[in-house]
Design a protein around this ligand. Structure first.
Ligand SMILES: Cc1cc2nc3c(=O)[nH]c(=O)nc-3n(C[C@H](O)[C@H](O)[C@H](O)COP(=O)(O)OP(=O)(O)OC[C@H]3O[C@@H](n4cnc5c(N)ncnc54)[C@H](O)[C@@H]3O)c2cc1C
Length: 254
């Protein structure tokens, strides 16, 4: 684990040059990595934002292309994060805390790895995937994973965020069964199907604060359960299940 990293800016003679630093001692830059001095840019760990190699590289490319007259930008909203623990922790996009602070109306799809046959076969059932999407537009806002190979699986989520994909668009892509990526997209399917169900079911179930998908492994069964919930046939059973244990979609308040 690397902790306590700090910017090495003492040697930059900020008093003589007038280079502006921020409160952490990093070089103060705008979203295009321009410092307060003309023609002086700074990128990477030396400036605000995550201390990640790919973020530094993207900023460097942007600066070079900007100097060459290109309109390149870095989309800071889609920078992927990964912590190489076991299991890995990876995320991109908004967190629930950020969405709550912005008063965004969002929904959550959760999929525990213990419900994935592939994860069981790999002996890697620790973890979960959480997908956050705008309740009104269905646009994916954030993806959070604790899982073996989460850093690899996150790439697809970053693409979805970059393309501003909705849950529907994301889940319409066919994936290999039973790949590790498929299990994550499954959680999105659950979120999508259940959100459709949620809109349709009776208000007394909606008031319970969560619409749940059951523990079945196949998307088919999830869709079936969602349809049953929609029909009201299993509304009573659905009300009693636990989203955290079985996966599904829950309202933020649940
Ligand atoms: C142990 C560890 C593991 C990491 N693992 C990952 C990972 O798995 N994935 C990931 O995305 N990121 C990882 N990081 C972070 C990643 O290494 C940094 O985010 C990235 O290297 C930042 O790039 P940079 O160009 O800003 O800085 P650096 O790569 O640190 O490059 C700065 C360079 O400037 C030189 N320099 C410093 N001061 C001066 C000076 N006064 N004059 C001239 N040259 C100077 C330094 O010698 C260095 O060569 C890790 C970091 C650490 C410490």
């Amino acid at each position: 684990m690397a902790v306590g990293r700090k910017p090495n800016t003492q040697a930059l003679q900020v008093n003589e040059t007038g280079l502006l630093l921020d409160e952490r001692g990093c070089v103060h830059v705008d979203e295009l990595c321009r410092s307060n001095l003309p023609n002086v840019y700074a990128v990477g760990d030396l400036v605000r934002g995550p201390m990640l190699a790919h973020k530094a590289a993207e900023e460097a490319i942007m600066v070079v292309e900007r100097i060459a007259g290109q309109p390149t930008r870095v989309n800071y909203d889609t920078i992927p994060w990964v912590i190489y623990t076991s299991p890995e922790i990876a995320w991109a996009g908004k967190s629930e805390r950020q969405l709550r602070a912005a008063a965004r109306d969002y929904k959550i799809g959760v999929f525990p790895l213990s419900a994935s046959g592939r994860a069981r076969a790999m002996g890697a059932t620790k973890g979960m995937t959480k997908v956050l999407a705008d309740r009104r537009t269905d646009r994916i806002l954030g993806v959070h994973m604790v899982a073996a190979h989460a850093g690899e699986m996150l790439a697809e989520a970053v693409l979805a965020l970059e393309l501003e994909a909705t849950l529907d668009e994301f889940t319409s892509v066919i994936r290999v069964s039973t790949s590790t990526v498929e299990r994550r997209s499954r959680s999105m399917v659950r979120g999508l199907r259940c959100s459709v169900a949620r809109r349709a079911i009776s208000s007394n179930v909606a008031r319970s604060g969560a619409v749940l998908c059951g523990s079945g492994e196949e998307v088919r069964s999830v869709a079936l359960i969602a349809r049953n919930v929609t029909d009201g046939a299993h509304a009573g059973k659905a009300r009693g299940r636990s989203a955290g244990a079985q996966g599904g979609v829950a309202s933020p308040a649940a």
